[in-house]
Design a protein around this ligand. Sequence first.
Ligand SMILES: *Cc1c(COP(=O)(O)O)cnc(C)c1O
Length: 694
Amino acid sequence: MGKQSIATKREKQLESQDDGSQAQEHRLDQMAHSTEPAQVPSKQSWTIEDSEELYRIQGWGEPYFSINAAGHITVSPKGDRGGSLDLFELVNALKQRNVGLPLLIRFSDILEDRIERLNACFSKAIARYSYDGVYRGVFPVKCNQQRHLIEALVRFGKPHQFGLEAGSKPELLIALATLDTPGALLICNGYKDQEYVETAMLARRLGHTPIIVLEQLEEVELVIEASRRLQVQPILGIRAKLSAKGIGRWGTSAGDRAKFGLTIPEVINAVEQLRSAGMLDSLQLLHFHIGSQISAISVVKDALREASQIYAELVRLGANMQYLDVGGGLGVDYDGSKTNFYASKNYSMQNYANDVIAAIKDMCVARGLTMPTIVSESGRAIASHQSVLVFDVLGTSDVISEIPELPHDDDPLIIRNLYETYQSINVDNYQEAYHDATQFKEEAVSIFGFGFLSLPDRARAERLYWACCAKILQIARQQDYVPDDLEDLEKIMASIYYVNLSVFQSAPDSWAIDQLFPILPIHRLDEEPTCRGTLADLTCDSDGKIDQFIDLRDVKYVLELHPLQPTEQENPKSGEPTHPSALIPPPAYAPYYLGLFLNGAYQEIMGNLHNLFGDTNAVHIKLTPKGYQIEHVVKGDTMTEVLGYVQYDSEDLIENIRRRAEQALQENRITLQESQLLLQNYERSLSRYTYLAS
Ligand SMILES: *Cc1c(COP(=O)(O)O)cnc(C)c1O
């Protein structure tokens, strides 16, 4: 984990460095008086402001998420325009309506607010730079294809003539049937065949404004031919491969060797082909896309400079240019640090709009051109904030770190050594003590391997080692500088929180590309989170975990969480009939809910069925003057459904089990009651949610 080294940590442009360090000092002060070995000492009065700072809510959540006086997450789906709801209460209300966890909550008002904001930023920029043209955004359907979302988006986009972008044939079908805003653009990207091209061209007859963007040289021929055959004059665009490079994860979306777009020689070739077909008038749009989650504004500016010149050259070559499509890439500040870190971005939406407008205007003025309609294809920046995944913690596994008992004289030397190390740990030698303890523990394992240490003694040695680690960690946490070799200590000592969730289904980018999402409890935020943990999901895949979390500097490898609380045992009122569920033992812990935020882009469709955990329940919530309204409930997959995806028929499965049970009954291997219970459970499970009941 070399990237964790303090020396190499990125330079941050901290906006509130003073606040941060003061709070830090305050916490250290508290710790100095603590005597508890492993737990983080309790601050006298933890406030919701402390939680807000710890989880950086303002950084990534403004203006939609904050904490209320009850210590619950509050959602203000209309942003600054007022109205809010308590997320914890909402989850409980949904549970009462039999919509269980894990649960994806989509706030349509947030979606509307994002569209409003993007359009407002471009309007402002257009006014500020006296830009003599308009902005016509489109939403890339690939970012989140869910019907309810796309329908809402089209509705919210109407006042701005907001359109859609399709990157494939099925997405084109969605866009054609859903978009009904006069004048809104329908940008047709992706690889195309004859059917795609024909469908897009004929859509003009339905009143759509489809723009077919040429991504491959072969498509030029296809388009010329279809246009002749159908007698439709299409609007065409060209996607150019810029040499301005993107950076980060999607950096290779641009550049000469990028997967998509035409190289400059190919652009010239396409123009000539269109010219000889008499179709140069159709070529009206230049498109580029330099990758997603662009974290540095300088990258956007470089690309704009190059693309603007290509645009001007296309005009000079005789194309009837009307639109400049700057693609997607507008970033989301997942860690709230406002930096060019991959999980952040060092610019605001307004900066972005300003830079786009200014660069294009400069070029037009310099080259005496009419200013084009500006198109952008922001997906992530529009869809991320609107959904929150809420899931529950099923249990924890903690490192035992009690104060060890005194060794006896006849205990093995290794035990006495470890105990001595434990005793000696202090602020001057804690680093050395860590190395000693680690070495002794390794020795203990090795001696055990040769048969010279009993299993109980090995257990004692390991417990002593944990006790040393806990004591050292407590000291290390008080230091301003933690030596590199001690950084693993937090990870070693972290609890594992088992969560009712599949990372592969609900946060695939966290697994696939280490993307960071803000994760935090949605309640108990008025209480200090005294534990440190990582999250382990339901799958039996060791990659099914989350052990990187947002931080002001780089990432952190443990998340501050609360200890689970044992459930209060309720005494059933006498005289009341016993409900059958009373026979099922109550859960050992009071519910503890975590929220994973900003996951509305890409995660749903890229999620997979690893271990056959299916789609989660999803609800659409809309704010009303009186509170909120549940617009849609989309039930998650049942086991019958996920088994169907892999070609199992539930009737056949039940029949198979029934036959086996019958045979076992005949052979007296099972009682009638047992076989009935088995069959009942089997059948009932098939119609249930794939996640654990909570
Ligand atoms: C994926 C994609 C987008 C969306 O990018 P975001 O980073 O989500 O804004 C836009 N245009 C094209 C061509 C894309 O492939």
